[in-house]
Design a protein around this ligand. Structure first.
Ligand code: HEC
Length: 129
């Protein structure tokens, strides 16, 4: 009898844990600003992104379609689509296939928490006013 109760308790704890996991994933897909850590995003950016986005984020590399944006230009940030993190999250998750930007998230190459870290790092290029 005692053992049965323990097993039930464990099962309940697991349900609570998986519900918490689902909430975290949901948070990352929402309009919430990124909770990413730029210091963790930096090495990933240096490894995966600088061939096209340049180490200083200035971009301007064109393969097909659109060139990479200049993250150091205030005009880039003036575009309202960049006012929330959703646009960045979508680009890194689903790519911009026509322009050669890889679907890092969808392909499983970069996990959701690291996508948040990359967004946080990209925002460090934003010129301070
Ligand atoms: C093979 C070249 C290439 C690589 C590698 C690459 N990107 Fe891109 N990325 C692009 C291009 C080209 C665009 C512009 C797409 C467009 O606007 O059509 C882009 C756009 C973006 C955007 C949207 C920016 C904006 O403000 O419009 C983000 C965010 C982004 N890339 C993040 C990343 C991250 C993070 C990595 C590394 C994990 C990465 N990219 C690696 C080519 C690349």
């Amino acid at each position: 009898m005692k053992r049965f109760t323990l097993v039930r308790g464990l099962a309940a704890a697991l349900v609570v844990l998986s519900a918490a996991g689902a909430t975290i994933v949901f948070d990352q897909a929402s309009a919430a600003p990124t909770k990413g850590n730029p210091a963790l995003g930096k090495p990933l950016f240096m490894k995966n992104c600088i061939v096209c986005h340049k180490a200083d984020g200035s971009g301007g590399v064109k393969l097909t379609g659109n060139p990479t944006p200049n993250f150091r230009d205030p005009k880039t940030w003036a575009d309202p689509k960049r006012a929330t993190d959703d646009y960045f999250r979508d680009c890194i998750t689903n790519g911009k296939i026509k322009s050669g930007m890889v679907a890092w998230g969808k392909s499983g190459q970069i996990k959701p928490p690291d996508i948040e870290n990359l967004i946080a790092y990209i925002k460090t290029f934003k010129p301070k006013k």
